[in-house]
Design a protein around this ligand. Structure first.
Ligand code: P5A
Ligand code: ZN
Length: 477
């Protein structure tokens, strides 16, 4: 199916900037690069996203906590791979007032080195494990690549990070699986298509044994990493000397995982569902699910307004997030424009004909189709339509996503398809070949499929030796 969204696709960057300001999501004109202000409408979307995340985590035995924002250099540098990667990417506090500090303090870019030393105080024996905690707050990364609204920012204001501690590696690996399942549910509810790849060794999280990443695809053919799950092994346990007593009285280092999500998922929500008119917010996440717009006609104003008020009350009572836009100074047309741009999934129009026929008119934001129903059936119809819109958005996005994945054994075809989407090619598994292909066709190796990581009967695209995987390639944000 051809995509009718033209501006969205051909001029994606401009489209994205227009939408986040036009729909009042976030304003990055604050005079520090990569720092922004959540606007009221964006804040409400963020709240809905976080409500879902909190529910999924609380229901699976995670405890929400809050840790300090500063890390003394002496702690931060304990895990050597971790500090190597994050040292240059951190903001550092060097002074208290005008006095130079004895120990520099980093603004946390992530909190492994904040939480692990505290776990050392709390965990004594296997009976204290497992422990699953998470926090939601700001982290700071002095990103060197160009910053991008919601996508690559320097104050990540919506960083949900989970950290778990276990008595053995099997249990930690089970937690990795559990985390992947939690994120699958999360993205399904958001209506976002994704693929999960085991990142190659040279692109894993600093300090991790393995990294599993969720990637989604943008209209410009580039992938965006929208979440990661890491098996940290005992790397931090050893660096921070966190031991516990096992069942048979031995001392062992603790096993860890961590997984994180940021406002990038809101960038994905905006981008993947939007169209040439602006945002389309899936009903599950929409601050306003239904907007009612009166179409007053001379002498019928009072009747129209009465019906609008009744319907507003009826829907509100049912727990539907509904708004009646009765601003008298604006024309219905300018209201349509505004709420379409803000992505309200369903619009109800009520005019003199509707009043007379005791009916209401619907316009759905995803397809722009119109429909009518009896006034007394309005609740059932709204519930049904919202569900329909939610499902349709996910399906449309998933189809588009699948249509942009190409499997090929041919280097030339891989090169052609790489600017359009994701390409899967046979790979021998050697780092050298992986890095070579990244240079050869200007791409990124996303990694291998976690579920079908079995041997295949093909030749590596680079060295022509036997391939053991299909590896995914794409240009990436
Ligand atoms: C897991 C949580 C971590 O930091 N420590 C705690 C682990 N992993 S991560 O991959 O480095 O980050 C998790 C997710 O955060 C998003 N992200 C960002 N979003 C916006 N701007 C940034 N500068 C930024 N950096 C990371 C990514 O989605 C990443 O997967
Ligand atoms: Zn090879």
């Amino acid at each position: 199916m051809a995509d009718k969204r033209k501006v969205w696709k051909d001029n994606f960057t401009e489209w994205f900037h227009d939408v986040i300001l036009g729909a009042e999501i976030i304003d990055y004109r604050y005079p520090i690069k990569g720092f922004g202000v959540w606007l009221p409408y964006g804040f409400k979307i963020r709240e809905n996203v976080l409500r879902l995340l909190r529910k999924l985590l609380n229901d699976s035995l995670h405890d929400e906590m809050l840790f300090p924002i500063l890390i003394p250099e002496s702690l931060f540098e304990k895990e050597s791979t971790h500090i190597k990667s994050f040292e240059d990417e951190s903001f550092w506090v060097t002074h208290g007032g005008t006095t130079r500090l004895d120990v520099k303090l980093a603004l946390r870019p992530t909190s492994e080195t904040v939480i692990t030393p505290m776990i050392k105080l709390w965990v004594r024996s296997h009976a204290d494990l497992p422990r699953r905690i998470y926090q939601i707050g700001s982290v700071f990364r002095y990103e060197t690549k160009a910053t991008k609204p919601l996508i690559r920012i320097r104050e990540v204001t919506t960083f949900k990070e989970a950290h778990t501690y276990h008595a053995n590696h099997e249990e930690a690996l089970k937690q990795v699986e559990e985390a992947i399942n939690i994120y699958k549910q999360f993205f399904n509810e958001m209506g976002l298509p994704y693929m999960i790849s085991k990142r190659p060794q040279w692109d894993k999280f600093a300090g991790a044994v393995s990294t599993y990443a969720f990637d989604t695809l943008f209209p410009d053919g580039k992938v965006l990493q929208i979440g990661t799950v890491h098996d940290l092994g005992q790397n931090f346990g050893k660096a921070f000397d966190v031991t516990f007593e096992t069942k048979d009285g031995r001392k062992e280092y603790v096993w860890q995982t961590s997984y994180g999500i940021s406002e990038r998922v809101i960038a994905a929500l905006i981008t993947i569902h939007g169209d040439d008119r602006g945002l389309i917010v899936p009903p599950n996440m929409a601050p306003i699910q239904v907007v009612i717009i009166p179409i007053p006609y001379k002498e019928k104003e009072q009747d129209v307004n009465n019906v609008c008020n009744t319907i507003h009350e009826t829907l509100d009572r049912e727990g539907i997030r509904v708004k009646l836009d009765d601003r008298p100074e604006l024309t219905p047309g300018s209201k349509y424009y505004e709420w379409e741009q803000h992505g309200v999934p369903l619009r109800i129009e009520i005019g003199p004909r509707d009043v007379k026929e005791k009916s209401v008119t619907f316009v759905r934001r995803d397809t722009l189709e119109r429909a009518r129903c009896d006034e007394e059936k309005v609740v059932e119809e709204v519930v049904e339509l919202l569900k329909n819109i939610q499902d349709n958005l996910f399906e449309r996005a998933s189809t588009w996503f699948k249509d942009h994945i190409t499997k090929t054994d041919d280097l030339k075809e891989a090169e052609e398809k790489i600017g359009v989407g994701i390409v899967e090619v046979p790979w021998c598994g050697n780092e050298e070949c992986g890095l070579k292909i990244e240079r050869l066709i200007e791409t990124r190796v996303l990694g291998t499929d976690v579920e079908t990581e079995k041997a295949i009967n093909h030749k590596c695209l680079v060295c022509e030796n036997k391939a053991c995987h299909r590896v995914r390639l794409a240009r990436a944000y």
